[in-house]
Design a protein around this ligand. Structure first.
Ligand code: ADP
Ligand code: MG
Length: 705
């Protein structure tokens, strides 16, 4: 937007070249708008002072009002520090500075100051290191604004005088500059929304959010900005979706033929759950209406998504098209390949596998058969996305465990056909809270399998420490004696995506201890990790799948996909290193029919608060959605799955964990506007269109959708 808010901050009073540089590199602030959008994360009530005697905790910062009695310097060289003895009518505290000592000397002994900072209590003595300090004036108590904004800042900025108070000063200076020009600041929302939502106007809202005079002002401004972020995000997502729906013709699958009928009659070994039936119907309808399908299939671990995906593939085949299934890992691709091939072969369907490990002649063969159409179903990893992989007529692409794939990958699949893009079905087992789903998958239609197949066994979850390992071994032996099987999972040591040698070492050491406790030949153990040759990995997996080994020790490679109904124990080592979603996924590997099942979370005694909370949640519930909500609370909605969402979730003030109600309103408003005017061409929507375009540039969104 080309208005005064894009002016550089350099000439604001108190900024200058050096600080402007620093604000840019540290906080990404380089124009007026960025500075206005550097919102306070909380406020200090300026009329509320703590008495020094009343300081009892180190947890919360305090605001004091008192007099400087003395200024001392202590220590030599790098240990040099300035100590200010500060007292109010109730007691004494020390204010300590290790840096910026020369400036401390300018404080005035005997004068009254307002001090703000986090106290340290040691031997009943209270001190505050590097507090913010300001001469107390009548302003502090009588000023119109009761609240002092507290801004996020960084160490580097603090060292240049831009602590929270310093930032507050330059923001105040900015308001003095723009106040006379406020009429030139364009609105970002239209009158209709502002009036119906009772929002303050834009300039007013900036003023209210930085320097509120009361709670109402502060809240109304915060609500407006939260709404704005969520609203434009939803507008962007929903407009993309509508545009695509209007624009992208889809292949019409209107036949139900032999493949589907034969499979339904003789291939199915169980009755579909009602949820599975409903979902197949939804997908079928979506693939028959002449528009390209982009649908998310969501269902908890073990809810039976694979069979649904397979039936959808059969629909594609019945309509003379090919189908593909893309999995996030090699192991999962193999797993899918064997289970789908098993279902497909009796029907005379040709299924192929394509992963990075399939090279040379066999790769050539597959690519050839794919191009001639001889191969009807292709299962694989992201190797399928490569341009060289050409289908004769791709009708449906199923993407499993989408959270590891980006939107870009989805787009690559659309491009596989010259004319009409294939239908896309994204499968995810990660239950996602609604607010987040609206954000990440907002452009997809959603089908949910909310029912588990019959015969699921209850899973009891225990949290145990190393000292209780004998108990754990006892449980394992009892289960093995009853003919059951056991998974033992190790985390990846560093949080990189792939396994390292150190991970294998950790696993190997653990495995040795297990082998001592469970000796051959009475017990057989399979060991599986990412550093193995694919054949070895496959061999070990098969031993376990076929029941030849009773224990499988693995790194997280088994997180997804493996299906051994006879397994009843999931033992997770160093469980504190796993996130909630991952723990839940792992737990879903048991309870699949073998019998009452157990998930044991082993952790060290020392646990972070966060770690304790995760273990507690796991013990408390097996409900995937409750786990997902808890997960979101922990992660504050940021960085849920890493980089692919960072650009999409770049909120400055909205918080998905807390702002679900605002999100719902924002989505409804966006939806109703687009229903009447999806290109935002009507005059009353002109402002929205302008803001939306500007926000697309900020988000770089044009590129990925
Ligand atoms: P997920 O949703 O985690 O991918 P799967 O598709 O792997 O679940 O299914 C888990 C197991 O449940 C598989 O062994 C599958 O054959 C079985 N299954 C799927 N649907 C049903 C059903 N309706 N009744 C009984 N078992 C089912
Ligand atoms: Mg699955």
């Amino acid at each position: 937007m080309n208005d005064i808010l894009s002016t550089s901050i350099e000439y604001i009073k108190g900024v200058g070249t050096a600080r402007a540089q620093l604000l840019k590199s540290e906080l990404g602030i380089f124009n007026y708008l960025h500075l206005l959008q550097h919102y306070p994360f909380r406020y200090v009530d300026k009329t509320a002072f703590t008495r020094i005697v009343d300081i009892i905790s180190e947890d919360e910062p305090v605001q004091l009002r008192g007099i400087i009695r003395r200024i001392e310097e202590q220590g030599e060289g790098s240990k040099k520090r300035a100590i200010v003895i500060f007292r109010d009518e109730s007691g004494v505290t020390e204010l300590i500075w290790f840096k910026g000592l020369s400036w401390v000397k300018d404080l005035v002994v005997g004068a009254e100051y307002v001090v703000y900072g986090k106290p340290t209590i040691y031997n009943e003595r209270i001190s505050i290191v590097h507090p913010e300090i300001e001469l107390a004036t009548d302003k502090n108590t009588k000023e119109a604004s009761r609240f002092d904004p507290v801004y996020p800042t960084t160490e580097k900025l603090k060292a240049r005088g831009l602590d929270s108070k310093g930032l507050g000063r330059i923001i105040k200076a900015l308001f003095e500059k723009i106040h006379p020009l406020r009429e030139q600041i364009s609105e970002t929302l239209n009158d209709k929304i502002i009036q119906s939502m009772r929002f303050p106007r834009r300039y007013q809202a900036y003023l209210y959010i930085h320097f509120p005079q009361n709670n109402e002002q502060r809240d109304s401004a915060r609500n407006r900005f939260k709404f704005e972020e969520l609203f434009f995000q939803q507008l962007r997502i929903l407009q993309t979706k509508t545009t695509r729906k209007k624009g992208a013709a889809g292949i019409i699958f209107d036949k139900i033929g032999d493949y589907v009928n034969n499979f339904y009659r003789s291939g199915l070994k169980f009755d579909l759950t009602n949820a599975q039936k409903r979902v197949v119907k939804e997908i079928r309808k979506d693939m028959g209406n002449g528009l390209q399908m982009n649908r998310l299939l969501q269902g908890d671990v073990g809810s039976g998504k694979t069979i649904v995906a397979f039936m959808c593939m059969l629909i594609a085949l019945d309509n003379q098209h090919q189908a593909a299934l893309i999995a996030p890992t090699e192991i999962l691709a193999n797993q899918h390949f064997s289970s789908i091939a098993e279902l497909a072969h009796p029907l005379g369907i040709k299924v192929g596998l394509l992963t990075g490990n399939i090279k040379g002649k066999s790769r050539k063969g597959i690519l050839h058969q794919l191009e001639t159409g001889e191969l009807q179903i292709l299962i694989g990893t992201h190797a399928i996305l490569e341009e060289k992989v050409v289908f004769q007529r791709l009708g449906l692409a199923v993407i499993d465990e989408q959270h590891r794939f980006g939107v870009e990958q989805r787009a690559k699949m659309w491009a596989k056909n010259d004319t009409t893009p294939p239908h896309i079905l994204v499968m995810t087992a990660t239950p996602i809270p609604r607010t987040l789903a609206m954000t990440i998958y907002g452009d997809l239609d959603v089908s949910i399998i909310d029912e588990m197949p019959a015969g699921r066994k209850p899973i009891t979850t225990y949290h145990k420490y190393e000292s209780q390992r004998l108990w754990v071994f006892g449980l394992m032996k009892k289960e093995i004696a009853a003919g059951r099987q056991i998974y033992i999972v190790y985390p990846l040591i560093d949080e990189s995506e792939s396994e390292t040698l150190a991970d294998v070492k950790n696993l190997t050491e653990g495995a040795e201890a297990i082998e001592r406790e469970f000796p051959k030949p009475q017990y057989q153990i399979s060991i599986v990790h990412g550093q193995q040759e694919p054949e070895d990995k496959h061999f070990e997996m098969q031993r376990f799948v076929q029941g030849k080994s009773q224990i499988m020790i693995a790194t997280t490679v088994i997180e997804v996909g493996v299906n051994v109904p006879n397994a009843t124990v999931m033992l997770i080592e160093n469980a504190e290193r796993f996130g909630l979603a991952q723990l839940h996924q792992l737990r879903g590997r048991v309870g699949r029919g073998g019998g009452d099942s157990y998930c044991i979370l082993m952790t060290s005694f020392k646990l972070s608060e966060d770690g304790k909370f995760r273990m507690q949640k796991m013990v408390e519930t097996t409900d995937g959605f409750k786990i997902a909500e808890a997960d979101l609370t922990l992660r504050g909605g940021g960085n849920i799955e890493g980089k692919q969402q960072s650009g999409i979730l770049g909120f400055k003030i909205a918080d998905l964990t807390k702002d679900a109600p605002i999100m719902n309103v924002a989505r409804q408003v966006a939806q109703s506007i687009l229903e009447d005017d999806y290109l935002l061409e009507q005059p009353e929507n002109a402002i929205l269109k302008t803001t939306l375009e500007a926000s697309k540039q900020t988000f770089g969104f044009g590129k990925i959708s």
